[in-house]
Design a protein around this ligand. Structure first.
Ligand SMILES: [Zn+2]
Length: 481
């Protein structure tokens, strides 16, 4: 493959067509079902699907034999399946699965003046708005890579692009589609996931692991109704204080370390070495990329430790609180209950279901003062640790990163969760994985001021084209064995 030519083709495709389409996409408030239970009635998800479909269908004639189907199982979010045949007879059995999602996180507060989740705004190299980078660009990037190969007549294996619509809800519908589409997905030898992060915008970043996640709502009830605090405090225990005590069973409030040893996993030596290398490449951006308030320090000084904290160690975030009025409305009342949404990230290799069971027994047992304590576990997803990298893929990624970015690739775990990767890793233990993405410093997926770094989107697409070309080249080598 002539990579300079591919770069030019992909750059033009992005500039002329992909960016304008993503601008339209950002306007659609197609929040994931967890944040919009009435998503089907609202119709935003269908609007996003048909925008994607329209663009992809215009491109299909350039990819001979390619088909597109939006599959809709009853009561579930849709998935778009684009099937692009391979070039050589007999390649049908060898499939590359390219994955992305089109559902979005909710709005969040804190957007800068003039910016907003559903307000696309181009500013230099960046396209601001919800969902452009997480993960709207994925289908377009994957198709631009395939179109670049086609333009040069470079052969590739059969490729299936799968775009789901409930990733931000923990992909509850996806297992049903994996079963439903089993014959079409085949047994992929390569999985490309374009929904991950990058440590900077200067080189290719490969995700070597993803953390798992258990989330749920913890409820502490002490009264049937609120009572004057001057009358009740000292007699009735505060539900907020009981919540604090329960959370202290889970984490050390001094250090943020999670207490139960069962929630840790052995970190493989290779991952520790890669964390050191990644920390060296990142320098201070390991912590300086976060929008710290003035004077606030990170949880550790040691950069590799920070990388391992966010990629291989369990950590708790309290992401929502209920039962408390806003300060402006708060009288002197001892409140009847406190409710907290807990989001517990897990080491990549830890089973999420047993972690959920542990969380339940840890928090519900022996409630202080006999308070009514309950946790509703909402979703759990096991993390993922990449299999050993095949030599052909390591070489391909090194070459592609040098050509597209002018720098070698970097390998690092990510702190987030993509449930589909664990599903695929378990189902297809022989598959190789390229998990990468455009979510770099300040891109702020899930938060305010999310942006897509357009040059990185183009470069990642170019890398995928190179990897698909090299993946096809490796086939005769395997067949000779
Ligand atoms: Zn995503």
């Amino acid at each position: 493959m002539d990579i300079a030519k591919a770069e030019k083709f992909i750059g033009q495709c992005w500039g002329d067509e992909i960016v304008p389409t993503l601008v339209e996409y950002i306007r659609i408030p197609n929040k994931s079902p967890a944040f919009d239970p009435d998503w089907a009635a609202h119709g935003h998800m269908d609007a996003a699907v048909s925008l994607f479909e329209r663009w992809a269908r215009r491109k299909l004639p350039s990819l001979p034999g390619a088909t597109l189907e939006t599959v809709r199982l009853p009561g579930r979010t849709p998935v778009i399946v684009i099937d692009v045949p391979g070039d050589m007879p007999g390649d049908g059995a060898d499939t590359v699965l390219l994955y992305g999602h089109l559902d979005k996180q909710p709005e969040m507060v804190g957007w800068a003046d003039g910016f907003g989740p559903w307000t696309p705004r181009l500013d230099g190299d960046k396209l601001y708005g919800r969902g452009g980078a997480d993960d709207g660009y994925a289908m377009f990037g994957a198709l631009s890579a395939l179109l670049a190969l086609r333009e040069q007549g470079v052969p590739h294996a059969r490729c299936v692009i799968l775009i789901e619509a409930c990733e931000e809800s923990g992909s509850p519908d996806l297992p049903y589609y994996v079963d439903h589409l089993a014959a079409r997905l085949g047994s992929p030898s390569l999985v490309v996931c374009l929904d991950s992060g990058c440590g900077n915008y200067d080189q290719l970043w490969l995700t070597t692991s993803l953390r798992g996640l258990v989330s749920g709502t913890l409820r502490v009830r002490v009264l049937t109704e609120g009572v004057h605090s001057g009358y009740a405090s000292g007699v009735v225990p505060s539900s907020f204080r009981i919540m604090r005590r329960l959370l202290s069973r889970l984490e050390d409030e001094e250090t943020g370390a999670v207490h139960p040893s069962e929630l840790y996993a052995q970190i493989p030596a290779e991952r520790v070495a890669q964390a050191r290398q990644a920390a060296a490449a990142l320098g201070d951006t390991v912590f300086s990329e976060y929008p710290f308030a003035p004077g606030v320090a990170p949880m550790a000084d040691d950069r590799p430790e920070l990388v391992l904290n966010r990629t291989w160690r369990p950590q708790l975030a309290v992401t929502g609180i209920a039962g408390l009025p806003l300060p402006v409305d708060a009288g002197n009342v001892l409140l009847p209950f406190t409710e907290a949404k807990l989001s517990l990230r897990l080491p990549p290799t830890l089973d999420a279901e047993s972690a959920g069971a542990l969380l339940r027994s840890l928090l519900e047992k022996d409630p202080p003062y006999g308070a009514r304590v309950e946790i509703d576990l909402e979703s759990s997803a096991t993390g993922w640790n990449a299999p050993a990298l095949a030599p052909w893929l390591g070489q391909s990624l090194a070459r592609a990163s040098e050509a597209a970015f002018g720098a070698p690739p970097a390998y690092m775990g990510e702190g987030g969760t993509i449930p589909f990767m664990a599903m695929l890793g378990e189902k297809f233990p022989q598959a190789q994985f390229v998990v990468t993405g455009v979510l770099g410093p300040h891109s702020n997926a899930h938060g305010p001021n999310e942006f897509l770094h357009i040059p990185t989107g183009k470069r990642v697409s170019t890398v995928i084209a190179q990897v698909l070309a090299d993946h096809h080249q490796r086939i005769p080598v395997n067949r000779e064995k």
